[in-house]
Design a protein. Structure first.
Length: 418
């Protein structure tokens, strides 16, 4: 009976033993341990380019064959273990993002975000656009967004209409996007972001959509990866007017895009994604499958267990690269900021207790928080890798040269992410 009770928590004990072995394995490798530990203990500066480049190759140094009683400890789990270990030290010694110190209001706050605006009533959309110098005869459509040129043909403007389900959300996704757009100039200067972001954002409630504009949107709604329904809200349809930067309307994986612009857009988005995450702003949907699906269940990456609460989880990517036909990575870099999440939303989205009960027993309160962050960062990295692959595949399929070096570009994307 003593042996029986001693073995009740064998899985947890073996996992911790495996973690210790992984840490010792790392310490015996040629990893720049002193630099990493100096950062973790709050004694060092930002990691140098050499260390970041080495971390980009890190999964290759492992040859782990340990087991926790039922599963092999894979390279990915070993890497995740190391990052959690360093992050835990950094958190303890820098008091960074301590989930125990968050109250509900603070946890749902997006750092650096201004006040979320209320929409201004717009009775005549055509007159609204003309007052802002828009030439309505230059209308084009992409999804639920209408694009126009100004009267000089120099600048572009856009009006994005709300989808039906968005009108029920609080805050409204387009209101959050307007607030993010208005904050990006300050955030870009503060954090050294590389992407170009929309400006002149205005949130409006449109009483009536001109027939030509509505027909263009409805025709576009039935196309693409995930058909949608435009809002029919009787007291006014929420819409976002903004001025997109150059390249914002061009998807980074479009084969028609020059190779240099394709590469530049992906790398800028990867860099900004990770820098914003460090500031507590997490972009949840770099690619279509992370926010849209035919079944209504978006793909949810699970770095830890490769199992999710959605059937369309990691490893089951419906319709292949069709789910990357309209990514939120543009020639200008990162886009569609309504998908930014707070820390509390990330924790809720990737709570191990909701994803995989077996893995949940392995984590205490602090570890669950760290796992949630690792999952969110892993989702962005996974999306970046898929985007690189789809960019290469699209150009290769159409015989477009030059094409990117796939392995080199994956490496660059990973390093930019770090």
């Amino acid at each position: 009976s003593t042996d029986l009770f001693a073995n009740l928590d064998t899985g947890r004990w073996l996992n911790k033993r495996s973690i210790d072995a992984i840490i010792h394995h790392v310490m015996d490798s040629d990893l720049p341990v002193e630099d990493l530990l100096a950062w973790a203990y709050g004694r060092g500066d930002a990691l140098t380019d050499d260390v970041i480049a080495f971390l980009g190759r890190l999964p290759q140094i492992f040859a782990i064959t340990l087991a926790d009683g039922c599963d092999a400890i894979t390279n990915h789990e070993a890497y995740g273990t190391l990052i959690r270990y360093l992050f835990s030290l950094h958190q303890i010694h820098n008091k960074y993002m301590d989930v125990n110190n968050l109250v509900e209001d603070e946890a749902n706050t997006l750092p650096g975000l201004g006040n979320i605006p209320n929409p201004e009533t717009c009775y005549d959309l055509a007159a609204f656009l003309e007052d802002r110098g828009v030439d309505v005869s230059t209308q084009t459509v992409a999804g639920r967004t209408l694009f126009f040129k100004d009267r000089t043909g120099t600048n572009q403007y856009a009006i994005k209409l709300a989808k039906s389900f968005e009108e029920k959300k609080n805050p409204h996704p387009l209101a959050k996007e307007a607030a993010m757009d208005s904050s990006m100039a300050v955030l870009k200067e503060r954090h050294g972001l590389l992407s170009e972001y929309p400006t002149m954002s205005e949130l409006i409630s449109v009483k009536e959509i001109p027939l030509e504009m509505r027909e263009a949107i409805e025709g576009s709604a039935v196309k693409g990866y995930s058909p949608f329904e435009v809002s029919q809200k009787p007291d006014g349809i929420t819409a976002l007017f903004y001025r997109p930067p150059r390249g914002y309307t061009q998807y980074a994986n479009d084969p028609a895009l020059p190779l240099e612009q394709c590469i530049d857009g992906i790398l800028k988005a990867a860099f900004d994604y990770s820098v914003l995450a460090r500031a507590g702003l997490f972009h949840a949907s770099l690619i279509d499958i992370q926010h849209d699906s035919l079944s209504g269940r978006p793909h949810l990456w699970s770095f830890e267990s490769f199992l999710t609460r959605f059937r369309g989880g990691a490893g089951r990517i419906a319709r292949g690269f069709a789910g990357l036909s309209a990514p939120n990575v543009r020639a200008s870099g990162l886009g569609d900021l309504k998908h930014i999440l707070s820390k509390a939303q990330v924790i809720d989205r990737y709570d191990p207790s909701k994803i995989h009960a077996q893995h949940n027993i392995l984590y205490d309160h602090h570890e669950r928080f760290q796992v949630s962050l690792i999952e969110q960062l892993g989702a962005g990295l996974f999306a970046t890798a898929l985007l690189v692959a789809s960019s290469w595949e699209g150009r290769h399929r159409q015989g477009i040269k030059p094409n990117m070096n796939l392995s080199e570009m994956l490496q660059r994307g990973f390093v930019s992410f770090l």
